[in-house]
Design a protein around this ligand. Structure first.
Ligand SMILES: [Zn+2]
Ligand SMILES: [Zn+2]
Length: 326
């Protein structure tokens, strides 16, 4: 599991920083938080493959978070993509892409589903492909879950920005405990398909004997899943703390330094001090500051130092920085 910063700038790209986008590589999947301009080039630089199952989470409709999306979809159209693509975001996400379909001829000859989050009516509105502008289904949202598969969940919450904006959490489900093959052999269970069932914690009946792999110490206790939370653009808010409680990593915007606290409040953004306070309240293990304004091109380290005084395990996002999560 690996996080790769593809873009860490706010509003205006600078030489070293592209606009907002962060990739999470999880097994065969890529989960993308936002799609800043020129994302497809960063895909190449980060060595990300164009034909992997992909889930894209769009936090809001400000250009610095979404303009890279059509470019990426055009790129997919030029390659032989056949892996599934799900895109989640605010209402009108489908319309945004449909306009590209109608005017620029954007085609999607690969599986693509666009899922709008309607936080007002607490439901998901799903479109399939780009040819029909009629949704294929609407689903009520339970416990803020917008996507679930065998291995993980994606959750959202409304945060506080000048337009409807969502923060997101990736939540890995608890993993099976460590498997001890020697112990299985000791109990007279040779290597076979039964081992797989034991590894999955299943109580089996073997030669008339009931065997609970956990009680018999064939497997260890379940391992807690990992959790990553992304703030989107936001002023400090409680809903994000609730969503991201106990995250392994909080990726939080830090558009301003503490000296410009007034600007942060007016524009519904955060200072690096705000981000550090949120990380502390959230009981996060690590904080990554991102969405760095071009005004800090020379001295972004200042943002980091301020945050570290409150939350020591903080790092500053740099484009193409890779963080491996054990
Ligand atoms: Zn932004
Ligand atoms: Zn914004």
């Amino acid at each position: 599991m690996e996080l790769i910063i593809l873009g860490s700038a706010a509003a205006i790209p600078v030489k070293e920083r592209n606009l907002s986008s962060i990739a999470l590589k999880y097994k065969d999947n890529i989960i993308l938080f936002d799609c800043g301009e020129d994302l497809q080039r960063r895909f190449i630089e980060a060595n990300l493959k164009f034909n992997k199952p992909l889930r894209i989470l769009i936090s809001h409709f400000h250009g610095d978070h979404i303009i890279g999306l059509p470019g990426l979809l055009f790129r997919f159209g030029l390659s032989e993509r056949n892996a599934p693509l799900l895109i989640f975001g605010p209402r009108n996400l489908f319309l945004y892409l449909y306009v590209h379909r109608k005017i620029l001829g954007l085609k999607a000859e690969y599986p693509i589903n666009i899922i709008e989050i309607d936080h007002i009516n607490n439901k998901l509105i799903e479109y399939e492909g780009l040819d029909s502008d009629l949704p294929v289904k609407e689903t009520p949202i339970k416990d803020n879950i917008i996507f679930e598969c065998k291995k993980y969940l994606l959750k959202y919450t409304l945060v506080e920005h000048s337009v409807a904006t969502y923060g997101f959490s990736f939540i890995e489900k608890p993993r099976y405990g460590k498997f001890f093959p020697e112990r299985a052999k000791e109990l007279g269970i040779p290597e076979s398909r039964i081992w797989k069932r034991l590894q999955h914690g299943e109580v089996i009946n073997y030669n008339g004997r009931e065997i609970d792999p956990l009680k018999e110490c064939i497997i260890g206790p379940k391992r807690v899943g990992r959790k990553i939370t992304y703030s989107g653009d936001t002023a400090p808010c409680d809903s994000l703390i609730d969503l991201g409680m106990d995250s392994d990593i909080l990726i939080h915007e830090a558009t301003f330094s503490k000296e410009l606290d007034k600007n942060a409040k007016e524009k519904k953004h955060s200072t690096s001090i705000d981000a550090a306070n949120i990380a502390k309240k959230m009981n996060a293990k690590q904080l990554i500051l991102t969405h760095i304004s071009s005004r800090y091109q020379e001295d972004a380290i200042k943002l980091l130092e301020d945050a570290k005084n409150i939350f020591p395990n903080t790092i500053l996002a740099e484009d193409l920085l890779r963080i491996i999560l054990k």
